[in-house]
Design a binder for this molecule. Sequence first.
Ligand code: HEM
Ligand code: HEM
Length: 424
Amino acid sequence: MKFIRSGIIVALLCCCPVALAAPAAFKIDAVHSQIFFSASHDGYTNPTGRLRVKDGTFRFDGDDWSTAQVDATIDIPSLDMGDAPWSSKLLSGYFDATVYPTARFVSTRVEKTGERSGVIHGNLTLLGRTKPVDLKVTFNRAAFNGYTLHYVAGFSATAAFKRSSFGMDRETKTVGDDVSVHMEIEGVRSGDAQAQPDTAPKAVAMLRSGNEQWGSLAKFFHWTIVLLIIVQGTIGLIMVDLPKSPRVIPYFSFHKSLGLTILALALWRLSWRAIDLRPAEPAGMPPWQVSAARIGHALLYVLLFAVPLTGWWFDSVSALRPLYWFGLFEVPHLTGPDTSLKDLAAAMHQALFWLLVLVATGHAAVALIHQFVTRDNVLGRMWPASLQRKPTSPLLPETADDASPSPAAPAGANVADIAARDRT
Ligand code: HEM
Ligand code: HEM
């Protein structure tokens, strides 16, 4: 069963995040990407202006540059010469921005010329005319950004062309015809890396989340933790009401061991999340709902750590006996004994548990509303594939994990759409 298989290889995967990091498809980050162009001002200076990338994607595999591709759209009205009247003069007089609000570069072939350098051959469409333009590119870095927790690749590139070849032939005597371009391009790996079965082993691709589905490892963590918390909470509530006698010790020991297991699973879940992708919010979801979901999930993560940690803290300050994990090995106490903190720790453990119950109930209710009222498949994409009903079910997609989008799948199609299309 995929669900169980995922669990067995948790440890292996946590040890080799770098192996999973092979980049494939990237979305250009318009904020951290800059395009500078410059042309001579009658020989006095070489003024420089800036344009922004409107939208774009690239594919890049450091081991095989020949598979690289770029498609970027440039936002012409974003042109900035650092002086508003000058910018508008260029926009109307040179770029005819109202008629041609965008320019586009599409690569045709990428050639590696050095360890980190290459040439991107492609076509630039400017003022409605398409001409070949080559970009000399330097690959700077591809790595996980510890701040955004995204896999990012960055390049610097230069290009040169004659503006008159695109029909931009105004004042070529005083304003240079030769335009040089310098750009800094950063891309964030996007979910459609998942859609390339050849770039990663199938088993790995299945474990990872994509744009439309949580991967089986994220699902394994989510539902295993949910199940264990239900068992753990029930044991906790029962054991504290049992009459005090040595006979209750095994219940407490089991509760502590299971609690530590949940804590370890939460830690692995969060580590995996740092390198995994995350499905996009359903299209059309209002921003306040997106923020509410993020805050709710963050709170659940905090509680997933706070509840077991306060239990561990309570056990430490009580220091009744050594703490063992299922009798197999000793787990150190968090602090030395301090009976004055016992009541506080117990109260916090109990209060945080009930807060977790409250937030998780709200969270589950929202998930159900998404599934049955909004019908945007939010629960379906988190549901274990092996528990999903077969085609007749209107509730959940057919086989979420197996239905990783095939290359021809339209962007944004959900798994149910793809499964339905593949059946016909
Ligand atoms: C997610 C993990 C955990 C959950 C959901 C959980 C839940 C609970 C609950 C519901 C109670 C009963 C509270 C009450 O009504 O007084 C309880 C008590 C207790 N828990 Fe946990 N617990 C977790 C982890 C831990 C851990 C990791 C430890 C220790 C290593 C621990 C140690 C204890 C102890 C010693 C009590 C008894 C407190 C008392 O005597 O007042 N728990 N837990
Ligand atoms: C103890 C109970 C639960 C905890 C601690 C919990 C925790 C979480 C967390 C932390 C996330 C965010 C995942 C991430 O962004 O990495 C999440 C997602 C999710 N949970 Fe839960 N959950 C619980 C119970 C449930 C239940 C009972 C349901 C369904 C009835 C549910 C449905 C979902 C769904 C559908 C998502 C994915 C949301 C999305 O795709 O944006 N959860 N859960």
